[in-house]
Design a protein around this ligand. Sequence first.
Ligand SMILES: NC(=O)C1=CN([C@@H]2O[C@H](COP(=O)(O)OP(=O)(O)OC[C@H]3O[C@@H](n4cnc5c(N)ncnc54)[C@H](OP(=O)(O)O)[C@@H]3O)[C@@H](O)[C@H]2O)C=CC1
Ligand SMILES: Cc1cn([C@H]2C[C@H](O)[C@@H](COP(=O)(O)OP(=O)(O)O[C@H]3O[C@@H](C)C(=O)[C@@H](O)[C@H]3O)O2)c(=O)[nH]c1=O
Length: 292
Amino acid sequence: MIVLLGSSGYVGSEFARYFETNGIDFQGVSRTQVDYTNRDTLIRYLRDLKPDFLINAAGYTGKPNVDACEFFKADCLAGNAVLPGIIREACEATATTWGHVSSGCIYSGSRKDGSGFRETDPPNFCFRSGDCSFYSGSKALGEEVLAGASNCYIWRLRIPFDHRDSPRNYLSKLMRYNQLLDATNSISHLGEFANAAYQCWEKRVEPGIYHITNPGSVTTRQVVELIKRIRHLDKTFRYFEDEDHFMRAAAKTPRSNCVLDSSKILATGIKLTPVADAIESSLRAWLPDTEF
Ligand SMILES: NC(=O)C1=CN([C@@H]2O[C@H](COP(=O)(O)OP(=O)(O)OC[C@H]3O[C@@H](n4cnc5c(N)ncnc54)[C@H](OP(=O)(O)O)[C@@H]3O)[C@@H](O)[C@H]2O)C=CC1
Ligand SMILES: Cc1cn([C@H]2C[C@H](O)[C@@H](COP(=O)(O)OP(=O)(O)O[C@H]3O[C@@H](C)C(=O)[C@@H](O)[C@H]3O)O2)c(=O)[nH]c1=O
């Protein structure tokens, strides 16, 4: 059986859906049921339950976006930097193998030759490198806390999207923002992310860091072209002149826009659809949310 921390959240709900769809036995856990932010409580819980595997989909993202992390720094550090350390200690004390949902937002740009960052590249959008968002800094710290953990997968997710219209879905955001930042990004189909992360455990892939982004990268303009062509949206999309304009007009903190190399996970045999194809199928299967 799998323990799923943070099952009430956007990413946690996707893992829960995946387990339900595939008939996989799991227990979703919320802090209101078991205070998994307390190490002794978590150890007791794991000793009683003896799960085969634990997934940490809990953390602090800020709502509606990472700008909010600039105002709730203690929550952000507690959820993203301290909590992974508590889970590590509890999993080591109970010999539980586990996986942690991290973020690719600890990078900015691409490698000097234009290729995507690999898992071996040090973060360049974190507290140690200087300019970064508080969110990204806290996620990079969370990974530092996990350095050397032998029984742990670190899965880097980025700017999730799928066919479900939602305030957290990147495609929904692009359809609704008043103005867009043109940037180049590697991004993750949320369902494929949950599948690939679980497959790491199922196939007993070597623990360590994995970029789980759909192969390739896309510019904002390319995604908008797909939205226009497939969703026939009657909207004029406007763009910020540059990042400075974006920062002045719409953001409190800089965003990570980056390209990641996902060849490490692909080399394990785990499949991910090329990014443009994954976006296209999400838009074709689009489930609009009229209340949002
Ligand atoms: N959404 C995104 O765009 C991306 C998210 N991620 C990472 O995925 C993880 C989950 O994100 P997402 O599902 O979007 O987040 P949500 O806010 O939707 O859900 C996170 C869940 O974490 C639990 N939690 C535990 N500690 C805290 C805390 N200190 N503050 C807030 N919530 C806490 C809560 O569950 P409960 O109270 O029920 O226990 C909450 O529902 C995070 O680590 C995030 O960094 C990575 C890349 C992209
Ligand atoms: C606010 C805003 C953002 N953008 C762009 C900037 C960026 O490229 C993209 C996403 O920015 P947002 O502010 O919507 O989302 P943001 O909160 O930065 O999203 C991030 O959340 C955390 C939890 C992660 O880990 C990331 O992977 C990523 O999903 O949209 C616009 O084009 N226009 C806007 O008005």
